[in-house]
Design a protein around this ligand. Structure first.
Ligand code: PEP
Length: 254
């Protein structure tokens, strides 16, 4: 049985003051309660300490939206795995489509970042997903296979305990358009088969595969009910305490 991971990606929203307020609001309703899902919020780097301290004593975790593939040193503007650990992060989102598209991140760089993250004791959430034209021309599996295998091949060894994949069809991110539960299930099952080819069935069964792309309170139940959907990577709806909370409650109810 895989534990749901309900991960919020705040993107470039919420500086320290606003982030602390939002994080406190989010965790307030869950204080003192035990919950079976993992609740994770990934603010901008500069807001991580504020969110981390707002989450103290709650079950909520803090993560980052990116990380360097290098150790500490002369890499202006970068943030290392050791800094993220020091700040209390447990997860790092890697290879988000916005980083691939706007900052030219390649499969090679993404694979290096994923390996470094896991080698240094953090958990990686690898984002993969096809563009609209690729789905329209029936190439979605080919595209996702290339993105997933670039990382699996670079990782080499089985790191299934610390490796999460987020399937995020690019056409569904921030557009209000969501993959149908069937489209999500079909791709998640395919991704799990790729992991199985590299690491075997029991490890593939452990790896959580999140769906991302306009997940909201009103579609979360149907998506999270799919057998290979193990949580969500949520952008817009994670910027409001009530919508994130409703998605978390949905996961708790399944
Ligand atoms: C995301 O950016 O990872 C995402 C899924 O965004 P949204 O939920 O807003 O589509």
């Amino acid at each position: 049985m895989r534990t749901f991971l309900i991960a919020g990606n705040w993107k470039m929203n919420a500086g320290p003051t606003e982030a602390a307020k939002l994080a406190k609001e989010m965790a307030a309703g869950w204080k003192g309660k035990t919950f079976k899902s993992e609740a994770l919020l990934c603010p901008p780097f500069i807001s991580i300490p504020a969110v981390q301290s707002a989450f103290e004593g709650t079950g909520f975790q803090t993560g980052a939206q990116n990380v360097s593939n290098q150790d500490n040193g002369a890499y202006t503007g970068e943030i290392s795995t050791s800094m993220l650990k020091d700040a209390g992060c447990s997860y790092v989102i890697i290879g988000h489509s916005e980083r691939r598209e706007y900052y030219g991140e390649t499969d090679k760089l993404i694979a290096e970042k994923t390996k470094k993250t896991i080698d240094d004791g953090l958990k990686a959430i690898l984002c993969v997903g096809e563009l609209l034209e690729e789905r329209k021309s029936g190439k979605q599996e080919e595209v996702v296979e290339k993105q997933v295998n670039a990382v699996l091949n670079h990782l080499g060894e089985d790191v299934s305990d610390n490796f999460v994949i987020a399937y995020e069809p690019v056409w569904a991110i921030g557009t209000g358009e969501t993959a149908t539960p069937e489209q999500a299930q079909e791709m998640h099952k395919f991704i799990r088969s790729l992991v199985e080819k590299s690491w075997g069935k029991s490890s593939a069964d452990k790896v959580r595969i999140l769906y991302g792309g306009s997940m909201k309170p009103d579609n979360a139940h149907e998506l999270l009910s799919m057998p290979d959907v193990d949580g969500g990577l949520i952008g817009g709806a994670s910027l409001k305490a009530d919508s994130y909370g409703q998605i978390l409650e949905t996961a708790e109810s399944i």
